[in-house]
Design a protein around this ligand. Sequence first.
Ligand code: NAI
Length: 480
Amino acid sequence: MNKSPTPITVAYGDGIGPEIMQATLDILKAAGANIFIEEIEIGEQVYLRGQTNGIEVSAWESLRRNKVFLKAPITTPQGGGYKSLNVSMRKALGLFANIRPCVAYSHYVTTKHPDMDLVIIRENEEDLYAGIEHRQTEEVFQCLKLITRPGCERIVRYAFEYAKQNNRKRITCFVKDNIMKLTDGLFHQVFKEIAAEYPDIQHDSMIVDIGAARVADTPEAFDMIVMPNLYGDIISDVAAQIAGSLGMAGSSNIGDRCAMFEAIHGSAPDIAGKNIANPSGLLHGAIQMLVHIGQGDIAEKIHNAWLTCLEQGLHTADIYKEGESKIKLGTKEFAAEVIRNLGEQPIKLPVANYNDAKPLNLPVIGHRPAKTKELVGIDVFLQWQQGKPMELGETLSRIGTNMLSLQLITNRGVKVWPQGFPETYCVDHWRCRFMGVERAVDFAELLALQTRLHDAGFDVVKTENLYNFDGEPGYAAVHG
Ligand code: NAI
Protein backbone atom coordinates (compact mmCIF):
# COMPACT_ATOMS: atom_id res chain seq x y z
CA MET A 1 0.00 0.00 0.00
CA ASN A 2 1.30 3.49 -0.86
CA LYS A 3 2.08 5.58 2.20
CA SER A 4 0.29 8.92 2.33
CA PRO A 5 2.54 11.89 1.49
CA THR A 6 4.39 13.63 4.33
CA PRO A 7 3.07 17.18 4.70
CA ILE A 8 5.79 19.82 4.71
CA THR A 9 5.62 23.58 5.02
CA VAL A 10 7.53 25.49 2.35
CA ALA A 11 8.53 29.17 2.24
CA TYR A 12 9.88 30.58 -1.02
CA GLY A 13 11.59 33.48 0.79
CA ASP A 14 13.13 36.59 -0.74
CA GLY A 15 15.77 37.50 -3.33
CA ILE A 16 16.95 34.31 -5.04
CA GLY A 17 14.69 32.28 -2.71
CA PRO A 18 11.81 31.68 -5.19
CA GLU A 19 14.21 30.59 -7.98
CA ILE A 20 16.23 28.13 -5.89
CA MET A 21 13.12 26.80 -4.15
CA GLN A 22 11.39 26.13 -7.47
CA ALA A 23 14.51 24.34 -8.76
CA THR A 24 14.73 22.27 -5.56
CA LEU A 25 11.05 21.30 -5.58
CA ASP A 26 11.23 20.36 -9.28
CA ILE A 27 14.07 17.96 -8.43
CA LEU A 28 12.25 16.52 -5.41
CA LYS A 29 9.12 15.95 -7.50
CA ALA A 30 11.01 14.31 -10.36
CA ALA A 31 12.84 12.04 -7.89
CA GLY A 32 9.52 10.82 -6.48
CA ALA A 33 9.62 12.44 -3.04
CA ASN A 34 6.39 11.52 -1.30
CA ILE A 35 5.55 14.94 0.12
CA PHE A 36 2.56 17.24 0.28
CA ILE A 37 3.49 20.92 0.16
CA GLU A 38 1.80 23.65 2.14
CA GLU A 39 3.13 27.10 1.22
CA ILE A 40 3.58 29.98 3.64
CA GLU A 41 4.84 33.50 3.12
CA ILE A 42 7.57 34.84 5.42
CA GLY A 43 10.16 37.60 5.23
CA GLU A 44 10.34 40.95 3.51
CA GLN A 45 6.82 41.19 2.05
CA VAL A 46 5.35 40.29 5.42
CA TYR A 47 7.53 42.91 7.17
CA LEU A 48 6.48 45.52 4.64
CA ARG A 49 2.80 44.74 5.34
CA GLY A 50 3.54 45.84 8.91
CA GLN A 51 4.02 42.45 10.55
CA THR A 52 7.34 43.38 12.18
CA ASN A 53 8.36 39.84 13.06
CA GLY A 54 8.06 38.82 9.36
CA ILE A 55 5.62 35.96 9.92
CA GLU A 56 1.83 35.72 10.18
CA VAL A 57 -0.09 33.70 12.78
CA SER A 58 -1.41 31.38 10.04
CA ALA A 59 2.18 30.54 9.03
CA TRP A 60 3.01 29.56 12.62
CA GLU A 61 -0.04 27.29 12.57
CA SER A 62 1.19 25.56 9.42
CA LEU A 63 4.67 25.07 10.91
CA ARG A 64 3.30 23.65 14.15
CA ARG A 65 0.88 21.37 12.29
CA ASN A 66 3.34 19.95 9.75
CA LYS A 67 6.48 20.08 11.92
CA VAL A 68 8.78 19.91 8.88
CA PHE A 69 9.83 23.15 7.22
CA LEU A 70 11.81 23.70 4.02
CA LYS A 71 12.81 27.33 4.01
CA ALA A 72 14.42 29.50 1.33
CA PRO A 73 16.55 32.43 2.55
CA ILE A 74 14.83 35.62 3.59
CA THR A 75 15.98 39.23 3.55
CA THR A 76 16.22 40.89 6.93
CA PRO A 77 15.43 44.58 6.39
CA GLN A 78 18.29 46.60 7.81
CA GLY A 79 17.92 49.23 10.51
CA GLY A 80 14.87 49.60 12.72
CA GLY A 81 14.04 47.23 15.50
CA TYR A 82 13.50 44.09 13.42
CA LYS A 83 14.28 40.88 15.18
CA SER A 84 15.96 38.10 13.27
CA LEU A 85 13.15 35.81 12.11
CA ASN A 86 15.63 32.95 11.84
CA VAL A 87 16.55 33.23 15.52
CA SER A 88 12.88 33.63 16.53
CA MET A 89 11.85 30.51 14.59
CA ARG A 90 14.63 28.37 16.05
CA LYS A 91 13.68 29.36 19.56
CA ALA A 92 9.90 29.26 19.17
CA LEU A 93 9.97 25.79 17.57
CA GLY A 94 12.61 24.46 19.99
CA LEU A 95 15.14 23.69 17.22
CA PHE A 96 18.05 23.02 19.53
CA ALA A 97 20.50 21.39 17.09
CA ASN A 98 21.98 22.96 13.98
CA ILE A 99 23.74 20.47 11.72
CA ARG A 100 26.07 21.64 8.99
CA PRO A 101 27.99 19.17 6.88
CA CYS A 102 30.97 20.97 5.29
CA VAL A 103 32.34 18.83 2.49
CA ALA A 104 34.97 19.58 -0.18
CA TYR A 105 34.15 18.44 -3.74
CA SER A 106 37.67 18.64 -5.10
CA HIS A 107 38.67 19.23 -7.76
CA TYR A 108 35.27 20.16 -9.18
CA VAL A 109 34.89 22.97 -6.65
CA THR A 110 38.03 24.98 -5.81
CA THR A 111 39.25 24.53 -2.24
CA LYS A 112 42.58 24.48 -0.42
CA HIS A 113 41.30 21.51 1.59
CA PRO A 114 40.37 18.73 -0.83
CA ASP A 115 40.02 16.07 1.90
CA MET A 116 37.69 18.09 4.11
CA ASP A 117 34.58 16.22 5.27
CA LEU A 118 33.45 17.76 8.51
CA VAL A 119 30.09 17.92 10.29
CA ILE A 120 29.53 20.77 12.70
CA ILE A 121 26.85 20.41 15.35
CA ARG A 122 26.00 23.75 16.89
CA GLU A 123 23.80 24.30 19.92
CA ASN A 124 21.08 26.55 18.55
CA GLU A 125 19.07 28.10 21.39
CA GLU A 126 21.22 29.12 24.34
CA ASP A 127 24.47 30.92 25.10
CA LEU A 128 24.64 34.64 24.31
CA TYR A 129 21.66 34.29 21.93
CA ALA A 130 19.10 34.43 24.75
CA GLY A 131 18.93 38.12 23.88
CA ILE A 132 19.03 39.17 27.54
CA GLU A 133 21.02 42.39 27.44
CA HIS A 134 21.10 45.40 29.73
CA ARG A 135 22.75 48.73 30.02
CA GLN A 136 23.67 48.95 33.67
CA THR A 137 25.60 52.17 34.02
CA GLU A 138 26.74 55.10 31.91
CA GLU A 139 29.68 53.02 30.72
CA VAL A 140 28.72 49.38 31.00
CA PHE A 141 26.52 47.17 28.82
CA GLN A 142 25.92 43.50 29.55
CA CYS A 143 24.80 40.39 27.64
CA LEU A 144 23.85 37.33 29.64
CA LYS A 145 25.37 34.00 28.62
CA LEU A 146 23.01 31.18 29.56
CA ILE A 147 24.18 27.58 29.39
CA THR A 148 21.87 24.92 30.85
CA ARG A 149 22.45 21.30 31.75
CA PRO A 150 19.43 20.02 29.74
CA GLY A 151 20.59 22.17 26.80
CA CYS A 152 24.10 20.68 26.92
CA GLU A 153 22.76 17.15 27.35
CA ARG A 154 20.44 17.47 24.37
CA ILE A 155 23.04 18.79 21.95
CA VAL A 156 25.86 16.49 23.02
CA ARG A 157 23.54 13.45 22.96
CA TYR A 158 22.38 14.50 19.51
CA ALA A 159 26.01 14.73 18.31
CA PHE A 160 26.87 11.21 19.51
CA GLU A 161 23.67 9.68 18.11
CA TYR A 162 24.33 11.44 14.78
CA ALA A 163 27.89 10.04 14.77
CA LYS A 164 26.56 6.53 15.44
CA GLN A 165 23.96 6.78 12.69
CA ASN A 166 26.34 8.27 10.11
CA ASN A 167 29.42 6.15 10.86
CA ARG A 168 31.43 9.07 12.10
CA LYS A 169 34.48 8.09 14.13
CA ARG A 170 35.42 11.08 16.29
CA ILE A 171 33.76 14.07 17.94
CA THR A 172 35.71 17.09 19.14
CA CYS A 173 34.21 19.52 21.65
CA PHE A 174 35.15 23.22 21.38
CA VAL A 175 34.80 25.31 24.55
CA LYS A 176 36.54 28.14 26.37
CA ASP A 177 36.39 26.65 29.85
CA ASN A 178 39.82 27.93 30.84
CA ILE A 179 38.06 31.32 31.10
CA MET A 180 34.34 30.53 31.47
CA LYS A 181 34.72 27.80 34.04
CA LEU A 182 31.07 27.49 35.02
CA THR A 183 29.23 27.90 31.69
CA ASP A 184 31.65 26.38 29.18
CA GLY A 185 32.86 24.16 32.03
CA LEU A 186 29.36 22.63 32.18
CA PHE A 187 29.28 22.03 28.41
CA HIS A 188 32.65 20.28 28.61
CA GLN A 189 31.66 18.23 31.67
CA VAL A 190 28.45 17.02 29.97
CA PHE A 191 30.46 16.18 26.84
CA LYS A 192 32.79 13.96 28.90
CA GLU A 193 29.88 12.29 30.72
CA ILE A 194 27.98 11.44 27.53
CA ALA A 195 31.11 10.48 25.56
CA ALA A 196 31.73 7.74 28.17
CA GLU A 197 28.48 6.06 27.02
CA TYR A 198 29.79 5.75 23.43
CA PRO A 199 33.07 3.79 23.65
CA ASP A 200 33.11 3.16 19.88
CA ILE A 201 33.29 6.88 19.08
CA GLN A 202 36.54 8.66 19.85
CA HIS A 203 36.30 12.00 21.58
CA ASP A 204 38.56 14.90 22.46
CA SER A 205 38.25 18.59 23.24
CA MET A 206 40.00 21.82 22.37
CA ILE A 207 39.95 25.38 23.56
CA VAL A 208 37.89 27.14 20.88
CA ASP A 209 40.56 29.63 19.81
CA ILE A 210 43.17 27.04 18.88
CA GLY A 211 40.37 24.78 17.61
CA ALA A 212 39.17 27.51 15.23
CA ALA A 213 42.72 28.07 14.02
CA ARG A 214 43.09 24.34 13.30
CA VAL A 215 39.76 24.22 11.44
CA ALA A 216 40.95 27.09 9.23
CA ASP A 217 44.33 25.43 8.69
CA THR A 218 43.70 21.67 8.61
CA PRO A 219 39.94 21.00 8.53
CA GLU A 220 40.56 17.51 7.16
CA ALA A 221 41.90 16.56 10.63
CA PHE A 222 38.36 16.85 12.08
CA ASP A 223 35.44 14.47 11.73
CA MET A 224 32.71 16.11 13.82
CA ILE A 225 32.75 19.14 16.12
CA VAL A 226 30.12 20.00 18.73
CA MET A 227 30.03 23.42 20.35
CA PRO A 228 27.93 26.11 22.01
CA ASN A 229 25.93 28.56 19.93
CA LEU A 230 28.24 31.53 19.31
CA TYR A 231 31.38 29.53 18.51
CA GLY A 232 29.29 27.28 16.26
CA ASP A 233 27.75 30.22 14.43
CA ILE A 234 31.15 31.65 13.51
CA ILE A 235 33.12 28.47 12.91
CA SER A 236 30.46 26.75 10.80
CA ASP A 237 30.51 29.70 8.35
CA VAL A 238 34.31 29.54 8.19
CA ALA A 239 34.15 25.78 7.60
CA ALA A 240 31.52 26.07 4.83
CA GLN A 241 33.54 28.79 3.12
CA ILE A 242 36.86 26.94 3.15
CA ALA A 243 35.16 23.75 1.94
CA GLY A 244 34.70 25.61 -1.34
CA SER A 245 31.54 27.67 -1.44
CA LEU A 246 29.06 29.11 1.01
CA GLY A 247 26.53 28.70 -1.82
CA MET A 248 26.69 24.88 -1.68
CA ALA A 249 26.11 24.02 1.98
CA GLY A 250 22.76 23.11 3.49
CA SER A 251 21.82 22.89 7.11
CA SER A 252 19.18 21.37 9.31
CA ASN A 253 17.74 22.72 12.52
CA ILE A 254 16.30 19.92 14.61
CA GLY A 255 14.07 19.95 17.66
CA ASP A 256 12.11 17.34 19.62
CA ARG A 257 8.95 18.16 17.68
CA CYS A 258 9.84 20.25 14.63
CA ALA A 259 12.65 20.55 12.11
CA MET A 260 13.68 23.24 9.62
CA PHE A 261 15.91 22.74 6.57
CA GLU A 262 17.63 25.48 4.59
CA ALA A 263 20.68 26.69 2.69
CA ILE A 264 23.24 28.47 4.81
CA HIS A 265 23.58 31.45 2.47
CA GLY A 266 21.29 34.48 2.38
CA SER A 267 18.83 35.84 -0.16
CA ALA A 268 21.60 37.23 -2.46
CA PRO A 269 19.60 40.28 -3.65
CA ASP A 270 22.53 41.19 -5.98
CA ILE A 271 21.75 38.25 -8.27
CA ALA A 272 18.00 37.83 -7.67
CA GLY A 273 15.74 37.27 -10.66
CA LYS A 274 18.63 36.51 -13.05
CA ASN A 275 18.39 32.70 -13.08
CA ILE A 276 22.07 32.41 -12.13
CA ALA A 277 21.88 31.37 -8.44
CA ASN A 278 23.17 27.96 -7.41
CA PRO A 279 20.29 25.96 -5.89
CA SER A 280 22.69 23.40 -4.34
CA GLY A 281 22.67 24.80 -0.78
CA LEU A 282 18.89 24.54 -0.53
CA LEU A 283 18.93 21.20 -2.33
CA HIS A 284 21.32 19.88 0.35
CA GLY A 285 18.92 21.16 3.00
CA ALA A 286 16.13 19.29 1.19
CA ILE A 287 18.24 16.11 1.05
CA GLN A 288 18.68 16.29 4.83
CA MET A 289 14.90 16.81 5.11
CA LEU A 290 14.18 13.67 3.08
CA VAL A 291 16.47 11.66 5.38
CA HIS A 292 14.67 13.16 8.38
CA ILE A 293 11.20 12.12 7.11
CA GLY A 294 12.36 8.59 6.34
CA GLN A 295 12.80 8.95 2.57
CA GLY A 296 16.53 8.16 2.56
CA ASP A 297 16.23 6.32 -0.79
CA ILE A 298 15.02 9.50 -2.54
CA ALA A 299 17.65 11.61 -0.72
CA GLU A 300 20.33 9.23 -1.97
CA LYS A 301 19.04 9.29 -5.56
CA ILE A 302 19.06 13.11 -5.62
CA HIS A 303 22.45 13.44 -3.93
CA ASN A 304 24.08 11.03 -6.36
CA ALA A 305 22.52 12.78 -9.37
CA TRP A 306 23.84 16.07 -8.03
CA LEU A 307 27.36 14.64 -7.54
CA THR A 308 27.20 13.27 -11.09
CA CYS A 309 26.42 16.77 -12.41
CA LEU A 310 29.44 18.15 -10.55
CA GLU A 311 31.67 15.47 -12.06
CA GLN A 312 30.27 16.09 -15.54
CA GLY A 313 31.32 19.75 -15.28
CA LEU A 314 27.71 20.96 -15.31
CA HIS A 315 28.18 24.00 -13.08
CA THR A 316 26.37 27.17 -12.08
CA ALA A 317 28.22 30.49 -12.46
CA ASP A 318 29.50 30.65 -8.85
CA ILE A 319 31.62 27.49 -9.23
CA TYR A 320 32.22 27.60 -13.01
CA LYS A 321 35.93 27.35 -13.95
CA GLU A 322 37.06 28.20 -17.46
CA GLY A 323 38.80 25.23 -19.01
CA GLU A 324 37.64 22.74 -16.35
CA SER A 325 33.85 23.11 -16.21
CA LYS A 326 31.95 21.91 -19.27
CA ILE A 327 28.90 24.19 -19.34
CA LYS A 328 27.83 27.24 -17.34
CA LEU A 329 24.22 26.62 -16.40
CA GLY A 330 21.42 28.80 -15.08
CA THR A 331 19.41 27.80 -12.00
CA LYS A 332 16.61 26.13 -14.00
CA GLU A 333 18.98 24.41 -16.42
CA PHE A 334 21.09 23.05 -13.57
CA ALA A 335 17.96 21.59 -11.95
CA ALA A 336 17.05 19.99 -15.29
CA GLU A 337 20.50 18.34 -15.44
CA VAL A 338 20.14 16.98 -11.90
CA ILE A 339 16.76 15.53 -12.97
CA ARG A 340 18.32 14.03 -16.10
CA ASN A 341 20.97 12.34 -13.93
CA LEU A 342 18.52 10.80 -11.44
CA GLY A 343 19.49 7.14 -11.15
CA GLU A 344 23.18 7.84 -11.98
CA GLN A 345 26.07 7.59 -9.54
CA PRO A 346 29.30 9.59 -9.42
CA ILE A 347 32.43 7.82 -10.64
CA LYS A 348 35.15 9.67 -8.74
CA LEU A 349 33.41 11.42 -5.85
CA PRO A 350 32.21 9.19 -2.97
CA VAL A 351 28.72 7.79 -3.61
CA ALA A 352 26.08 9.05 -1.16
CA ASN A 353 24.34 6.35 0.86
CA TYR A 354 21.35 7.10 3.05
CA ASN A 355 19.65 3.75 2.84
CA ASP A 356 20.33 2.82 6.46
CA ALA A 357 19.26 6.21 7.74
CA LYS A 358 16.72 5.96 10.53
CA PRO A 359 15.35 8.63 12.86
CA LEU A 360 17.84 9.29 15.66
CA ASN A 361 17.14 7.62 18.94
CA LEU A 362 17.01 10.65 21.21
CA PRO A 363 15.95 10.17 24.82
CA VAL A 364 13.80 12.81 26.46
CA ILE A 365 16.12 14.82 28.68
CA GLY A 366 14.61 15.13 32.14
CA HIS A 367 15.52 17.27 35.11
CA ARG A 368 17.97 16.01 37.72
CA PRO A 369 17.10 15.73 41.42
CA ALA A 370 17.67 19.08 43.08
CA LYS A 371 20.86 19.55 45.11
CA THR A 372 20.96 21.21 48.51
CA LYS A 373 21.10 24.90 47.72
CA GLU A 374 22.49 27.23 50.35
CA LEU A 375 22.55 31.03 50.17
CA VAL A 376 26.05 32.13 51.22
CA GLY A 377 26.44 35.71 50.03
CA ILE A 378 25.71 38.33 47.40
CA ASP A 379 27.49 40.22 44.62
CA VAL A 380 26.17 43.77 44.58
CA PHE A 381 26.89 45.81 41.44
CA LEU A 382 27.12 49.54 41.95
CA GLN A 383 27.36 52.46 39.59
CA TRP A 384 29.98 54.64 41.31
CA GLN A 385 32.55 57.01 39.94
CA GLN A 386 33.40 59.32 42.79
CA GLY A 387 36.84 58.07 43.82
CA LYS A 388 39.41 55.36 44.41
CA PRO A 389 38.73 51.66 45.13
CA MET A 390 40.31 52.07 48.57
CA GLU A 391 37.66 54.66 49.59
CA LEU A 392 34.85 52.46 48.27
CA GLY A 393 36.24 49.43 50.13
CA GLU A 394 36.47 51.28 53.41
CA THR A 395 32.95 52.76 53.15
CA LEU A 396 31.35 49.45 52.12
CA SER A 397 33.17 47.58 54.88
CA ARG A 398 31.34 49.80 57.38
CA ILE A 399 28.00 49.11 55.66
CA GLY A 400 28.62 45.33 55.94
CA THR A 401 28.20 43.63 59.31
CA ASN A 402 30.10 41.09 61.36
CA MET A 403 27.81 38.44 59.87
CA LEU A 404 27.70 39.66 56.24
CA SER A 405 31.02 41.24 55.45
CA LEU A 406 32.59 42.79 52.37
CA GLN A 407 35.10 40.36 50.95
CA LEU A 408 36.32 41.99 47.76
CA ILE A 409 35.57 44.48 45.00
CA THR A 410 36.26 43.92 41.32
CA ASN A 411 36.06 46.22 38.33
CA ARG A 412 35.44 44.46 35.01
CA GLY A 413 36.29 41.23 36.86
CA VAL A 414 39.69 42.43 38.13
CA LYS A 415 40.15 42.60 41.90
CA VAL A 416 40.72 46.21 42.94
CA TRP A 417 40.10 45.88 46.68
CA PRO A 418 41.72 44.77 48.92
CA GLN A 419 45.22 45.11 47.52
CA GLY A 420 44.44 46.26 44.00
CA PHE A 421 46.93 47.83 41.61
CA PRO A 422 46.75 51.55 40.84
CA GLU A 423 47.45 50.64 37.20
CA THR A 424 44.08 48.84 36.78
CA TYR A 425 41.76 50.88 34.54
CA CYS A 426 38.39 51.27 36.24
CA VAL A 427 34.97 52.08 34.82
CA ASP A 428 31.85 53.18 36.71
CA HIS A 429 30.68 49.61 37.48
CA TRP A 430 31.80 47.90 40.68
CA ARG A 431 31.06 44.34 41.76
CA CYS A 432 31.12 44.15 45.56
CA ARG A 433 31.05 40.70 47.15
CA PHE A 434 29.54 40.32 50.60
CA MET A 435 29.76 36.86 52.20
CA GLY A 436 28.06 35.34 55.22
CA VAL A 437 30.66 34.74 57.90
CA GLU A 438 30.98 30.97 58.46
CA ARG A 439 27.26 30.28 57.93
CA ALA A 440 24.36 30.40 55.52
CA VAL A 441 22.69 33.75 54.95
CA ASP A 442 19.06 34.70 55.37
CA PHE A 443 17.53 36.40 52.32
CA ALA A 444 16.21 39.20 54.56
CA GLU A 445 19.81 40.10 55.43
CA LEU A 446 20.54 40.68 51.74
CA LEU A 447 17.56 42.98 51.42
CA ALA A 448 18.63 44.87 54.56
CA LEU A 449 22.14 45.26 53.11
CA GLN A 450 20.73 46.75 49.90
CA THR A 451 18.56 49.14 51.89
CA ARG A 452 21.62 50.31 53.86
CA LEU A 453 23.56 50.79 50.61
CA HIS A 454 20.68 52.81 49.15
CA ASP A 455 20.37 54.91 52.32
CA ALA A 456 24.11 55.64 52.16
CA GLY A 457 23.59 57.08 48.65
CA PHE A 458 24.87 54.15 46.56
CA ASP A 459 23.29 53.29 43.22
CA VAL A 460 22.68 49.52 43.28
CA VAL A 461 22.27 48.51 39.61
CA LYS A 462 22.08 44.75 40.04
CA THR A 463 22.58 41.94 42.51
CA GLU A 464 23.51 38.30 42.06
CA ASN A 465 22.88 35.87 44.92
CA LEU A 466 25.72 33.48 45.71
CA TYR A 467 24.73 29.86 46.37
CA ASN A 468 26.50 26.65 47.23
CA PHE A 469 25.05 23.49 45.64
CA ASP A 470 25.77 20.44 47.83
CA GLY A 471 28.58 22.50 49.35
CA GLU A 472 30.14 23.38 45.95
CA PRO A 473 30.31 27.10 45.12
CA GLY A 474 27.90 28.00 42.30
CA TYR A 475 29.83 31.17 41.43
CA ALA A 476 33.23 31.89 39.97
CA ALA A 477 36.06 32.50 42.42
CA VAL A 478 37.99 35.75 42.18
CA HIS A 479 41.76 35.46 42.03
CA GLY A 480 44.55 37.98 42.00
P1 NAI B 1 24.25 36.25 0.92
O1 NAI B 1 24.63 34.88 1.39
O2 NAI B 1 22.87 36.45 0.47
O3 NAI B 1 25.23 36.66 -0.30
C1 NAI B 1 26.64 36.74 -0.17
C2 NAI B 1 27.28 36.59 -1.56
O4 NAI B 1 27.17 35.24 -1.98
C3 NAI B 1 26.60 37.44 -2.63
O5 NAI B 1 27.57 37.92 -3.52
C4 NAI B 1 25.68 36.47 -3.34
O6 NAI B 1 25.44 36.79 -4.70
C5 NAI B 1 26.45 35.15 -3.21
N1 NAI B 1 25.53 34.00 -3.14
C6 NAI B 1 24.78 33.65 -2.05
N2 NAI B 1 24.05 32.57 -2.33
C7 NAI B 1 24.35 32.23 -3.60
C8 NAI B 1 23.91 31.18 -4.45
N3 NAI B 1 23.01 30.27 -4.04
N4 NAI B 1 24.41 31.12 -5.71
C9 NAI B 1 25.32 32.01 -6.13
N5 NAI B 1 25.78 33.01 -5.37
C10 NAI B 1 25.30 33.13 -4.11
O7 NAI B 1 24.63 37.26 2.09
P2 NAI B 1 24.27 38.80 2.27
O8 NAI B 1 24.39 39.53 0.98
O9 NAI B 1 25.10 39.24 3.41
O10 NAI B 1 22.77 38.83 2.78
C11 NAI B 1 21.66 39.13 1.93
C12 NAI B 1 20.39 39.01 2.77
O11 NAI B 1 20.20 37.65 3.19
C13 NAI B 1 20.39 39.87 4.03
O12 NAI B 1 19.14 40.48 4.18
C14 NAI B 1 20.62 38.86 5.15
O13 NAI B 1 20.05 39.29 6.35
C15 NAI B 1 19.91 37.64 4.58
N6 NAI B 1 20.36 36.35 5.13
C16 NAI B 1 19.41 35.39 5.32
C17 NAI B 1 19.76 34.14 5.77
C18 NAI B 1 18.67 33.13 5.93
O14 NAI B 1 17.54 33.39 5.60
N7 NAI B 1 18.97 31.96 6.45
C19 NAI B 1 21.15 33.77 6.06
C20 NAI B 1 22.11 34.84 5.77
C21 NAI B 1 21.70 36.08 5.34
